[in-house]
Design a protein around this ligand. Structure first.
Ligand SMILES: [Zn+2]
Length: 73
């Protein structure tokens, strides 16, 4: 779990480009997605960094929608 949280803390969108600063992927990158999946799967609350800008809120909104509507990959 600590690893998942650390992963989420590392894989955050750059405030200018919107790309993940760790793997330079656009939007919710795979490592961050896996970490969220793990935390949600364990029934733990996921706390995205609130210091970031709207990109994080948008990202989180999409993740929440995905979980609410089931897998849509
Ligand atoms: Zn990443």
């Amino acid at each position: 779990m600590a690893v998942a949280r650390a992963t989420l803390a590392l894989h955050v969108p750059d405030r200018e480009t919107g790309l993940c600063v760790a793997c330079l992927a656009a939007g919710p990158c795979e490592p961050a997605n896996d970490a969220v999946n793990l935390l949600v799967g364990l029934g733990l609350p996921v706390c995205p960094p609130v210091t970031r800008r709207m990109s994080w809120r948008n990202w989180w909104h999409r993740v929440r929608r995905r979980f609410a509507g089931g897998p849509q990959l």
